[in-house]
Ligand binder design. Structure first.
Ligand SMILES: [Zn+2]
Length: 160
């Protein structure tokens, strides 16, 4: 399993809902390993060539995001955003599918989502801070959207 990079049309497809949770459990093991190996704080299924509505997130500080809040590992399946803040917050993001670029992006400060876990159990939860930012970034991948699509000015992009 490899991380698919921008330019591959797979990343522009709107994903469909997960129905086979046995398949899901198999692939998340491999995706989890890939996410940690790449110093990612989130990884969406389309980035691994799977056009299904799920992503992993573990918004903990690491070398790519040293100032991240402490979060915990979660598998988010078939998510729907049901409520979100009026206020937006600007912050830096990068993406394992868009190498060597960071950008400033506006996101909702918090959101409330309905989703399933890897066992198919439904959850309703409020996400805020860095966790909410990671959630929105990964959720976008399921719609075929990159964070760079949301950058307002080219000057908000930084190459390294
Ligand atoms: Zn990404």
């Amino acid at each position: 399993m490899n991380i698919i990079k921008i330019g591959n049309p797979i990343l522009r497809i709107k994903s469909s809902n997960v129905e086979d949770f046995e398949f899901l459990k198999l692939v998340i093991l491999e995706m989890k390993e890939l996410m940690y190996k790449s110093d990612g704080v989130g990884l969406a299924a389309p980035q691994c060539g799977i056009n299904q509505n799920f992503f992993l997130m573990d918004p903990k500080p690491n070398s790519r995001y040293p100032n991240a809040d402490m979060g915990s590992f979660q598998v988010i399946v078939n998510p729907k955003i049901i409520l979100f803040s009026d206020e937006l917050e600007i912050g830096f993001e990068g993406c394992l599918s868009v190498p060597n670029v960071n950008g400033r992006v506006e996101r909702f400060c918090w959101l409330e989502a309905l989703y399933q876990d890897e066992n198919g159990v439904f959850h309703q939860k409020k996400f805020s801070g860095f966790e909410a930012r990671v959630f929105q970034h990964e959720f976008d991948h399921l719609q075929g959207v990159f964070y760079i699509d949301r950058v307002k000015n080219i000057s908000d992009l930084v190459c390294f």
